[in-house]
Design a binder for this molecule. Structure first.
Ligand SMILES: *Cc1c(COP(=O)(O)O)cnc(C)c1O
Length: 405
């Protein structure tokens, strides 16, 4: 480790030193040979230019078997998947949909697009996931659905959400766009709700550049989705070519998932061992007893590895400045979402109370982008070196920011 000790004595890239990863973060997607074969096969068969070929049915079969789901609808994005899911549970003008005040922005907009009102609830202070305890008090006669998103390596307490939803006969829409292959209690995320959605967007864990899917075991919901997706023609289609590149990725997903889990546990243990301050994994899973909730095993998915960042421990660098410094080292940290109640007019949503935890999430969540998790363990060590280097020079980086702004 003398090499890494030397690298610690170098200046951060932003202060004129060499980057820890001069070539930058690893790219995405990975050009695995199976993808090349799938593209070539598509070219040979002509499926690349057809409405109906072999690939869509094969992908449907693969996803159906993977999730043991009865109905699925492939579509053009995770956002269109959410729109179809909302329509599937008959959300329309005047309705309310309960969701967390910290979520993917398009989820909020999909609800308002349908003429419904998002009702925002706060997060749990421990893991920054939706506080399902607050769902009950948010329910009114207008409530039509509960939208639950597992974010940044976290898992929402769906067992508890299910009890509340059932008591009020409300459907749960489960956004599993960030956690393909993840599970809770041995059951895959995306199948705990009445309807689940996944995204095949360009940065996601399985990607076709664009794309998504809705899954459900509820025939009524499936029927309604079909009504909206099939209007004589398919409204938001996924193409044969997209399906072709997704097939090998879904075959590979369980292996990739296990590898990512190990890498995140390793990263968490290294951050702890090196006593990097002011940075805590949102959902700690690096010890056996943490890898379960209510005796049920947790197996999170990592589109982003979410951390709670405390700027007080980093000389006051905002999460945005901190991420820029790490990106300059070749480590792909990004600021989390902006909280929805802070970025939308009060007229567009309803809430019962203040949202103090979501206020914190707005400033404190940072996420490590997933591609580095498929690299060898040395890549994890590089992340730790970059963190320590930035911490050592946080004061100077902050001064630099203040003078350059
Ligand atoms: C990516 C994502 C979506 C959907 O994104 P698309 O780009 O429309 O496929 C939805 N919810 C969450 C939480 C996401 O991260």
């Amino acid at each position: 480790m003398s090499d890494s000790a030397n690298r610690l004595h170098e200046l951060p890239q932003l202060l004129g030193g060499p980057a820890v990863r001069p070539s930058g973060p690893p790219g995405w997607p990975i050009a695995r040979p199976e993808i090349g074969s799938a593209l070539r096969d598509c070219w040979t068969t002509g499926d690349w230019g057809r409405y109906h070929g072999e690939n869509i049915p094969r992908l449907e079969e693969l996803i159906r078997a993977f999730f043991e789901t009865e109905f699925l609808t492939l579509c053009s994005s995770g956002s269109s998947a959410l729109e179809l899911a909302l329509r599937g549970v008959r959300v329309g003008p005047g309705d309310e949909v309960i969701m967390a005040a910290y979520d993917f922005r398009a989820n909020f907009q999909n609800i308002t697009l349908l003429g419904a009102t998002p009702v925002l609830v706060d997060l749990r202070p421990d893991d920054f996931q939706m506080s399902v305890e607050q769902i009950e008090s948010a329910i009114t006669k207008k409530t039509k659905a509960i939208l639950v998103s597992h974010l940044h390596g976290g898992i929402v307490d769906l067992q508890r959400a299910r009890v509340i939803a059932d008591a009020h006969s409300l459907p749960i829409i489960e956004d599993a766009c960030q956690c393909q292959g993840a599970s809770y209690g041995g059951q895959l995320l995306g199948t705990h709700g009445d309807v689940g959605i996944l995204s095949f967007g360009g940065s996601k864990l399985t990607t076709a550049g664009r794309g998504g899917v809705v899954i459900t075991n509820n025939a009524g919901i499936a029927q309604h989705i079909k009504l909206h997706q099939e209007r004589g023609n398919i409204a938001y289609p996924l193409s044969e070519l997209q399906a072709a590149v997704l097939i090998p990725q879904w075959e590979q997903l369980p292996t990739d998932h296990e590898y990512r889990l190990k890498q995140v546990e390793f990263l968490a243990s290294r951050i702890e061992a090196e006593e990097v301050p002011g940075l805590r994994l949102l959902m700690q899973t690096n010890q056996d007893h943490l890898r379960q909730r209510g005796n049920l095993p947790l197996s999170p998915g990592y589109y982003k590895v979410g951390f709670r960042y405390n700027k007080e421990e980093w000389s006051g660098l905002t999460r945005e400045q901190w991420c820029i410094a790490l990106r300059a080292e070749g480590i792909a940290f990004d600021p989390g979402f902006r909280s929805l109640h802070l970025t939308h007019s009060r007229r567009r949503f309803r809430t019962m109370s203040e949202l103090p935890v979501a206020d914190h999430a707005d400033e404190e969540i940072v996420g490590l982008h997933h591609p580095v998790l498929l690299e060898p363990a040395e890549a994890i060590e590089e992340i730790v070196i970059a963190l320590k280097k930035i911490h050592l020079h946080a004061h100077d980086l902050h001064q630099r920011k203040e003078t350059s702004q």
